[in-house]
Design a protein around this ligand. Structure first.
Ligand SMILES: [Zn+2]
Length: 114
């Protein structure tokens, strides 16, 4: 393994030819370094620009929208015991609802304030 091959390995991809040309044309000096710096800045700028344009890719699922959840039944609270039950199963008594006939007969229970 030669030193030249290993030294060209750390060079960023795509600019190998330009890198060599610049080094040959400018010789040992600041011109080649400047050229490389400009290339680096432009490359990073382009990379950031394209990255920003694309943005974070949203995860896409096959099959379109996820299935909508089934419509939840309206839940009511028993005025006596506080049990939550479907409105269809509740027993109305006046403006209050109860879970069973026994609680309907007992009426609303006085509950301590929360
Ligand atoms: Zn109840």
């Amino acid at each position: 393994m030669s030193a030249r091959a290993s030294s060209s390995r750390w060079c960023w991809g795509g600019t190998g030819a330009a890198h060599e040309a610049a080094r040959r044309a400018a010789g040992p000096g600041g011109a080649a370094v400047k050229f490389l710096l400009v290339l680096l800045v432009v490359g990073v700028g382009l990379w950031l620009f394209t990255k920003r344009l694309r943005g974070p890719a949203p995860p896409r699922r096959e099959g379109g929208r996820p299935a909508a959840p089934p419509p939840a039944a309206a839940m009511v609270e028993c005025a006596h015991c506080g049990l939550h039950l479907p409105a269809a199963d509740a027993l109305p008594e006046g403006s209050r609802l109860y879970c069973c006939d026994a609680h309907r007969r007992l009426g609303p229970a006085p509950r301590p304030p929360a």
